[in-house]
Design a protein around this ligand. Structure first.
Ligand code: ATP
Ligand code: MG
Length: 333
C-alpha cells in the first residue's frame, strides 16, 4: 500500500473547520487505501513560543480530535512528533541540503515573521519547512494530505527528496505527492474572508472550531462578513464571504455549490447563514462529544500515542540508517 503521512500543530485549544475539512477528513478517507501515519507536530508549534503550561494540554487535545474525527488507531499510526527523535536527526541532514535562498522564499516564513518583526522571529520559524520535509521523508511517504497553504512547503520536500536521490543515489528518498482537495483546501476566515482561517492568526469570531460551544459556532456563522449585495451566488473574487459559506455548506452536505445557489434564489444571506449553522453544528456535535471523551481519559489517549510512537520510530530508524549511511557517516558499533 502507498504510504500517507500528515500532521497538525498543537497551536490552539481546538482545530478549526479549515483543519477539519481541508486535512483531517482527507486523512480519515485515505486510511482505506493507504498505510497511514499521522502526527501531532509539537516541535513545529515551538516556533511560536507557546506557553509551556498549555502546550502539553493542546497536544493531547489535538490527538483527541484526530481520533474523534475518525483516525482509527487499529489501522493507522498516531503519535506525537517529539516522541520520535529521528525527525530532528533527519532535519539536520536535510538542512545541509537546503539552500538559504530556497528557504528564504517560503511565504509562510515571510508572513509569520513579518507579523512578529525581525527581532521577534526565530531560526526555528525559518527552518520549519526543513523539519516538515524530515517528517515526510522519514516515512518514505508517497502522499501528503494538506491544505493549499502547505503547497509550497510540499514542493520543497519534493525538491529535497529529488536532490537526495541525485546526490546520494536513487532510492535514498521517496518523492511525496501533495493531496490537496481544491474545494476545501482554503477555508477562509469568517471575519476576513480574504485570509485563510488560522489557529494562530484568526480572531475568535473568524473561526469555527470543533470544540467550540454550538451556540458560539452558530453566532460566528451568523455574523460572518458578506458583502453589500443581496444575491446569493458563487464568486470568489467579488463575494469571498458568501462563496466561503457556500463551499462549507457544500462540503458538509455533499451537494454541489450550484444546486445550493439554486435553492437560495430570492432568499437572503440570513437564511443561508441560519441553515448553514444548523448543518455545521449537527455535523460537528458527534466529533466534539467524542473528542471530549478522549480528553477526559488521558491514560487511554497516552497509551494510543505511546503505541504509535514505538511503531513510527521503528520505521523512521530504517530510513535514517539508510540516509546516514549514504551521506557517509561512520556507523556506531
Ligand atoms: P497555525 O495558524 O498555527 O499555523 P493552522 O490553522 O495553519 O495553524 P496547521 O497546524 O498549521 O494549522 O495546519 C494543519 C493542517 O490544516 C495543514 O494541512 C494545513 O494545510 C491545513 N489548513 C490550515 N488552515 C487551513 C484552511 N484555512 N483551509 C484548509 N486547510 C487548512
Ligand atoms: Mg499553519
Amino acid at each position: 500500500k502507498p504510504r500517507v503521512f500528515s500532521g497538525m500543530q498543537p497551536t490552539s485549544e481546538s482545530l478549526h473547520l479549515g483543519n477539519y475539512l481541508g486535512a483531517l477528513l482527507q486523512w480519515v478517507r485515505l486510511q482505506d487505501t493507504h498505510d497511514a501515519i499521522y502526527s501531532v507536530v509539537d516541535l513545529h508549534a515551538l516556533t511560536v513560543a507557546p506557553d509551556p503550561s498549555v502546550l502539553r494540554d493542546r497536544t493531547r487535545r489535538t490527538a483527541a480530535q484526530y481520533l474523534a474525527a475518525g483516525v482509527d488507531p487499529e489501522r493507522s499510526l498516531l503519535f506525537v512528533q517529539s516522541h520520535v527523535p529521528q525527525h530532528v536527526e533527519l532535519m539536520w541532514i536535510l538542512s545541509t541540503f537546503t539552500g538559504m535562498g530556497e528557504a528564504g522564499r517560503m511565504t509562510q516564513f515571510k508572513d509569520k515573521s513579518a507579523k512578529v518583526g525581525e527581532s521577534g522571529t526565530n531560526v526555528g520559524l525559518f527552518t520549519y519547512p526543513v523539519l516538515m520535509a524530515a517528517d515526510i521523508l522519514l516515512y518514505d511517504t508517497n502522499v501528503v494530505p494538506v491544505g493549499e497553504d502547505q503547497r509550497q512547503h510540499l514542493e520543497l520536500s519534493r525538491d529535497l527528496a529529488q536532490r537526495l536521490n541525485t546526490r546520494l543515489g536513487e532510492g535514498t528518498a521517496a518523492i511525496p505527492e501533495p493531496h490537496i482537495v481544491k474545494e476545501v483546501a482554503k477555508i477562509q476566515d469568517l471575519q476576513d474572508p480574504t485570509k485563510k482561517m488560522s489557529k494562530s492568526a484568526s480572531s475568535p469570531k473568524g473561526l469555527i472550531e470543533i470544540l467550540q460551544d454550538p451556540k458560539a459556532i452558530a453566532k460566528n456563522i451568523k455574523s460572518a462578513t458578506t458583502d453589500t449585495e443581496t444575491v446569493i451566488r458563487y464568486d470568489e473574487d467579488a463575494k469571498p464571504g458568501v462563496s466561503n459559506l457556500l463551499r462549507i455548506y457544500s462540503a458538509f452536505t455533499g451537494r454541489a455549490v450550484d444546486a445550493i445557489v439554486a435553492d437560495y434564489e430570492g432568499k437572503m444571506y440570513g437564511h443561508l447563514k441560519s441553515d448553514l449553522a444548523d448543518v455545521v453544528v449537527e455535523a460537528l456535535t458527534p466529533v466534539h462529544d467524542s473528542a471530549m471523551e478522549w480528553i477526559e481519559s488521558p491514560e487511554r489517549l497516552d497509551s494510543v500515542l505511546a503505541d504509535g510512537a514505538a511503531k513510527a520510530s521503528a520505521i523512521a530508524q530504517v530510513t535514517l540508517d539508510r540516509i546516514y549511511d549514504r551521506v557517509g557517516l561512520l556507523p556506531a558499533l
